[in-house]
Write a protein that binds this ligand. Sequence first.
Ligand SMILES: [Zn+2]
Length: 144
Amino acid sequence: MLTRDEAMRCAHAAVALRPDWTIPQLMAVLGDTRVKPRPFPHVAIALAYIAGDEDTKSPGRLFAAGPWWDACRTRSAEPSTPVFRPLAADDCHECGGSKLGSHAGHSYTPPPTKPVDASQHVAVIRAQLTPPAAPDADTTEESA
Ligand SMILES: [Zn+2]
């Protein structure tokens, strides 16, 4: 939904591109129900598109479907989230990047090759897995 302030900013940008268009004329177009419900960035891009197009005679062209609205879709279809990849054993030790990728500000640093000593961890886990001692047979008979 386009606010009045956003519409005004769009109108002034359009007049900068098309001095023959007027602020009241643009505000009427931007306040129309065919334009106003759209997101501000989409309206701004579409209006700049038609303002820069020599074939466009008036801002009312915004009411029609056209490539000016597709320009917005192309922009919003770009991935905005990072692309994840599975970890590799030879990822850079400094930045975690791929061995063959770029490493900004440093050269590829291989991961340490020293083997991990797991004997202490194994001992702790074995101790936790040992079942508790069984109750003594003599004590159960005495209580009966
Ligand atoms: Zn790196």
